[in-house]
Design a protein around this ligand. Sequence first.
Ligand code: AMP
Length: 383
Amino acid sequence: MMNAPSAPILPGATLGVLGGGQLGRMFSHAATRMGYHVAVLDPAESGPAADVSTHHIRCAYDDQQGLAELAALCDAVTTEFENVPAESLRFLQSRVSVSPDPQAVEVAQSRIREKSFFVDNGIPTNHHCLVSSVDQIADAFAQMSGRAVIKTTRLGYDGKGQQVCNDVAEMQSAFESFGAVECLVEDFVAFDAEVSVIIACDFAGNSAVFPLAENQHRNGILDLTIVPARVSDVVAQKAEHIARQVAGALNYVGVLAIEMFVTGDELLVNEIAPRPHNSGHYTMDATNYSQFDLQVLMMCGLPPVDITQHSPVVMLNVLGDLVLHDGFSWQPLLGRNDCRVHVYGKSSARHGRKMAHVNFVGNTVDLLLSEVADYRAGFPQAF
Ligand code: AMP
């Protein structure tokens, strides 16, 4: 049950966020700029979100005492992290306004629930099936079209817990290497492009859609986001339509990301995230409001604003690989006219860890892509 705030929550109030990573940090920046206080619930001693927020409740996501403390402090609560137990969200919801609804978060927590939700609601997605033991793999693989992807149904992210397989033996060993847990097997999609839509929905059913983002991944991790996306108007309209369909079917409140594969004029939904998304970080420097601003407005019971893009943008993700590269320094990036740097304040860099992102903003996407390529050329082992 949605529990909308009884009146709009205004600056001076306290907003809660579950999760203490970079998404919580950027939420906190947006909220504090608008005059709200922020309380972060996160088990770590410190971290990207806690470091920039008014309150830090340090406990596990299922700690009732900590959750009760958060509910008592806050006028509304949201999440930056979809693996928060739905039970915890329900507990909070009995005391304070929570968005998105726990039911929507639950759908996004499991790849199989997500896929069933797409199928049940007529949302296009790729061919798939479920496997829970190694002897089901041969049959599952035979149902695919020669190349398939195996993904753990829960807790996979940034390319972890998934593998592209070209034959049964390869899939069997991937399944074993994931600990023989329940997995989704899906067709490999030879897509022309990957795109995502960020949509923000209020409690009254109004929504705002951010411009379509074109995404390029490396090793399963988002590498670049390009906006405007280089796709046809037909594809852009279809993507927006699908995003509204997904949000509508979930009765969604808050910021939702929908990732899709584009093949010709056809779109298939890959997955959704019930929160701001890495592919929406471009909105911090290229649109009138950012996805984090909208997360704040939506949870506060305020209406969505019309989104306009003021500049073409290319977002480059900065992983630990770049930060650890010989000769890397933040300094040259901080001195450039064509980009804005967002560093997450993580204590240490590791291979594949998201450390920061840089929005290259300028007149054309082509020019921005060549600036990004020139920048990368200085760090040949990082990309
Ligand atoms: P995911 O965790 O499902 O978002 O997957 C991460 C990335 O792996 C996607 O953004 C794609 O680049 C790639 N990928 C995942 N599933 C497939 C698929 N079925 N076919 C082709 N590429 C895929």
